[in-house]
Each structure stands twice: as structure tokens, then as C-alpha cells.
Design a binder for this molecule. Structure first.
Ligand SMILES: Cc1ncc(C[n+]2csc(CCOP(=O)(O)OP(=O)(O)O)c2C)c(N)n1
Length: 222
């Protein structure tokens, strides 16, 4: 039996059991594939967040709670679950649904991006505003590993602890940006985040001591 047709708002998810949510997730996956095979779009990133998005909407309550998606190319599932399912086939077409989160499109979209690396900073601003208002909504930043190669993300990470006591960030790490991540910053950030979380150094991070000049051909001691 299908459940997707019965989902018109995220509230409808609350009536489903865990097994039924599994069925719903596979229906969403089918819908993504059938629509994206005609319209194109970010199929892979959305297939990667089906269960995550279902879980987020099961736990949190948008539009009161805020989901801030980094880039927001992965919001197709969110759109399907937030009242835009019947227009989903129009995504990325003229007059149709936007391919990214868009505030004018839905009250469930609190922030529109398109750029990588802005979610942590935007979410931190929302947390600061919430704390000043003394209101109680949750703000959830959902960001991929690509966000951790952006300076704006580092600025946000640097400021979270002394700006707010309540910040929820979900790192969706598939070790892949628009292509394979390159550069030291991603290695460094992951190593420290994971070390703190799991108490061990991840295999892909290696501390490289400076080269020994004595064993480097052609190098001279200063
Ligand atoms: C500032 C900026 N640079 C480049 C892009 C192109 N771009 C689109 S998606 C993406 C990376 C997505 O990777 P990630 O956030 O890790 O999510 P994933 O798709 O792997 O789930 C990039 C770099 C962009 N949107 N913004």
C-alpha cells in the first residue's frame, strides 16, 4: 500500500509507523527518479537525503522550526513532503517549482541559497535572533562536506559556541562535493570533528611531519 498520496503536510508523517515510513521513503525515491529522469536536476543528492528528510520532518515542526539547507540542491524530498508533491513534476521548468529552497514558494522554506557554504552562518543568525526574542523554535542546519571547504562556514563554526547555547547541525558527509573534495581544509576539518565525536583519528587523516631536509634530495639546511 502507498502512503505518499496521503502526505499533504509534514504533520501527516506523524500518523505513520516506522515500517510505513520505510515504504514512504521508497515511494519518494521512485518519485525522484521518475521526475528527474524527465526534468534533470540534482538526483543523487536528493536520493541521499530521503530518510534524513523524512526523519527531520517527523521530529521537527516546520514552519515553526527552521531547516537551513546548505546549497539547498537537496530539498526535493523536503518539497515533496511540504505540500508541493503535486507540482513536483514541474521542478526546474518555466513557471514550475524552483530547483532550490525559495522563501516565496513555501512557508516551509525559511532560507533560499544556491551557494555552497552559507547554511551554518545563516542558521547561526537565526539562532541569535531566536535567543534575543526568547522564543523556542529549533534551527537545524543541514550541510554537506562541501560546506567545510568554505570560509563562511568556518566563521560560523568559530562563533557558534559563544553566540548560542542551542544550535543543531547535521553533517551529511559523503566525501564528495560537486566532485571529489580537494585541499587540506576538508581533511583538517573532518579529522578534528570526527576525533572529538568518536575519540579516534579517522583513517583518511594523516599528520604529515615536515619533510626531513637530510633525506630530501637537493634540499639544504637553512
Ligand atoms: C559557492 C558555490 N560554489 C560552487 C557551487 C556548486 N555546487 C553545487 S552543489 C555543490 C557541492 C555539493 O556538495 P555537498 O554540499 O557536500 O552535498 P552533496 O551534493 O554531496 O550531498 C557545489 C560545490 C555552489 N552551489 N556554490
Amino acid at each position: 500500500m502507498g502512503y505518499l498520496e496521503s502526505i499533504t503536510t509534514p504533520r501527516d508523517l506523524r500518523d505513520l509507523t516506522a515500517d510505513q515510513l520505510d515504504v514512504l521513503a521508497s515511494e519518494v525515491r521512485d518519485r525522484l527518479v521518475s521526475v528527474c529522469s524527465r526534468t534533470g536536476g540534482h538526483l543523487g543528492p536528493n536520493l541521499g537525503v530521503v530518510e534524513l528528510t523524512v526523519a527531520l520532518h517527523r521530529v521537527f515542526r516546520t514552519p515553526k522550526d527552521k531547516f537551513v539547507w546548505d546549497v539547498s540542491h537537496q530539498v526535493y524530498v523536503h518539497k515533496i513532503l511540504t505540500g508541493r508533491k503535486d507540482r513536483f513534476h514541474t521542478i526546474r521548468t518555466t513557471g514550475g517549482l524552483n530547483g532550490f529552497a525559495l522563501r516565496t514558494e513555501s512557508e516551509h522554506d525559511c532560507y533560499g541559497a544556491g551557494h555552497a557554504g552559507t547554511a551554518l552562518s545563516a542558521a547561526l543568525g537565526m539562532c541569535a535572533a531566536r535567543d534575543m526574542r526568547a522564543s523556542d523554535e529549533h534551527v537545524v542546519a543541514i550541510f554537506g562536506d562541501a560546506a567545510l571547504t568554505n570560509g563562511v562556514s568556518f566563521e560560523a563554526l568559530n562563533n557558534i559556541a559563544h553566540t548560542t547555547k542551542r544550535f543543531i547541525g547535521i553533517l551529511n558527509d559523503n566525501e564528495w562535493s560537486i566532485a571529489k573534495n580537494v585541499g587540506y581544509s576538508s581533511e583538517f576539518a573532518f579529522a578534528h570533528a570526527f576525533k572529538r565525536q568518536y575519540g579516534s583519528s579517522p583513517g583518511r587523516f594523516r599528520h604529515s611531519p615536515p619533510p626531513d631536509p637530510a633525506s630530501t634530495p637537493g634540499a639544504e639546511q637553512p
